[in-house]
Design a binder for this molecule. Structure first.
Ligand SMILES: Cc1cc2nc3c(=O)[nH]c(=O)nc-3n(C[C@H](O)[C@H](O)[C@H](O)COP(=O)(O)O)c2cc1C
Length: 208
């Protein structure tokens, strides 16, 4: 059954956590299903791409690519997915009506407590064509925000960006889960991130 909660479309309630109330266009895919289909998307993704929710769920995200899409950038995403590493590329994509747009997309793996790959998170930002170095501005802003974090918060952010959950981060750093939650919450506040997905995107933009 498909549910719509907080402006998110999915039939997988667990995926809700990842993109909950994310103002940035976001999708979650399930790499354990054939062809890594999208299992959740938010309203911002529907608005950006102009596809209906029923046209998005169950499909691989490659439908955004088209004749002008740079094959080497698609290769970079494919490689990131294969190697389970986060990637950020600025790729030419197309909306449903054929309108091309420059998409600064971040694709990042998400692992469960047993270190098994469970999801990929994708977030898409339309770059304004003609604006001066929009991605550079985003990167600089992200790096500036990251600089305000304490050493511990920075460590936690690095692990969140690597797709780790609180439990694993606690284990890796030899701290309690409660302490990790606290650091994570403070880092989120300082970064002005509204969800884990936002936080991951910022970290990738900052070059972490
Ligand atoms: C979560 C996720 C989000 C993705 N978002 C985009 C996207 O916004 N634009 C795009 O061109 N490709 C995106 N991709 C990449 C395609 O889904 C696909 O992996 C890529 O086209 C390479 O595979 P192919 O050679 O089989 O098409 C995304 C992939 C994943 C896993």
């Amino acid at each position: 059954m498909r549910v719509k909660r907080d402006g998110i479309f999915t039939s997988d309630p667990l995926a809700l956590d990842v993109i909950a109330t994310n103002p940035i266009a976001s999708v979650v895919s399930n790499p354990r299903l054939p062809d890594n289909p999208i299992i959740a998307c938010n309203q911002a993704f529907v608005d950006l791409t102009r596809y209906g929710e029923e046209e998005i769920l169950g499909r691989n995200c490659r439908f955004l690519a088209g004749s002008g899409t740079e094959p080497w950038l698609t290769d970079a995403i494919r490689k990131g997915v294969q190697q389970r590493k986060s990637v950020l590329v600025e790729i030419l994509n197309y909306k449903k009506d054929g309108t091309p747009f420059r998409n600064a997309v971040v694709v990042a793996p998400i692992f469960d407590e047993r270190n098994e790959l469970v999801y990929f998170h994708g977030s898409q930002v339309e770059l304004e064509e003609g604006a001066e170095a929009p991605m550079l501005t985003r990167r600089v802003r992200a790096a500036e925000k990251v600089k305000t974090l304490s050493k511990r918060q920075h460590e936690v952010l690095t692990m969140v960006a690597g797709g780790l959950r609180n439990k694993q981060i606690a284990y890796e750093l030899g701290l309690s889960e409660k302490t990790i939650k606290m650091h994570r919450g403070l880092a989120m506040e300082k970064l002005g991130a509204r969800s884990s997905a936002d936080m991951i995107r910022l970290a990738v933009e900052a070059g972490i």
